[in-house]
Design a protein around this ligand. Sequence first.
Ligand code: HEM
Ligand SMILES: [Ca+2]
Ligand SMILES: [Ca+2]
Length: 302
Amino acid sequence: QLSQGFYNTTCPKVESIVREVVSQKFNQTFVTVPATLRLFFHDCFVEGCDASVIIASPNGDAEKDASDNLSLAGDGFDTVIKAKKAVEAKCPKVVSCANILAIAARDVIVLAGGPSFEVELGRRDGLISKASRVAGNLPGPNFNLSQLNFMFGKHNLTQTDMIALSGAHTVGFSHCSRFANRLYSFSPSSPVDPDLDPVYAQQLKQDCPKNVDPRIAVNMDPETPRTFDNKYFKNLVAKKGLFTSDEVLFTNPSSKPTVVRFSKKQNVFKEAFITAMRKLGRVGVKTGRAGEIRVDCTAFNS
Ligand code: HEM
Ligand SMILES: [Ca+2]
Ligand SMILES: [Ca+2]
């Protein structure tokens, strides 16, 4: 059972210590925002929100080494590691890395102009971090609606939660390989996905020519890539969703009304996003005596 005041007596300043480190990092690079947010999502969907994804490995078989996690940007890890160091200096061995990641994820949303909200705390850090446990637990960019609903449903997240959380794609980048099939090889009769706006498709082809350097990435929200807003949903309505898994939220009649509502009402989206983030933060959490409070976020306590 998590609670908002979990560290009120043991580390009352934890949230301001984390916020300070996150804003310093944000001032160095905007990538801090999408990197930290995505790190939180990937952590929660594998072994629960327990910082399992942050464990480093000498052998290349830790959770972060799994292929689905290789594109996690280093700035997210760096943010948590730095915040943990600052917290350890004030409250040694009290605050888990999982909680620091949850606080940092909220803080980056606020820094990008998104809504603020209270974060529930009390998670403990996990004792398992294995690459082999990732496959099948993270959604892919070519998922259809039922695949998305199934994967989020396993964690008690509703279709509305899933749609709201997809709104995180209002910031950040994607590598060309994740959507190249929609530009060049969609179907024999139509190489370009007909659910993609033709002008946007043309733009994407320019940014991602065939055989492009695999390191090239494009903004996922072509309109306001650095603002946490509901532009993502307006883009879906305009057929400018980057992934199949984004655009399907608009093309499927079951999810379309929610996308249209979020596209018209910023506040409705932001409220739904807060609700869904808090639910995401409860996924598979370890509390009480389960797990441990890691001293170094990248290694189990020995
Ligand atoms: C609904 C299913 C989802 C799918 C299929 C999906 C898939 C992806 C893919 C393929 C990328 C691009 C990775 C790359 O090429 O570097 C990406 C980026 C990103 N995703 Fe998702 N994602 C989903 C949900 C979420 C959720 C729930 C969140 C957070 C709440 C999230 C946050 C992000 C962020 C912030 C980025 C940008 C990362 C960066 O710029 O470093 N995604 N996602
Ligand atoms: Ca985890
Ligand atoms: Ca945006």
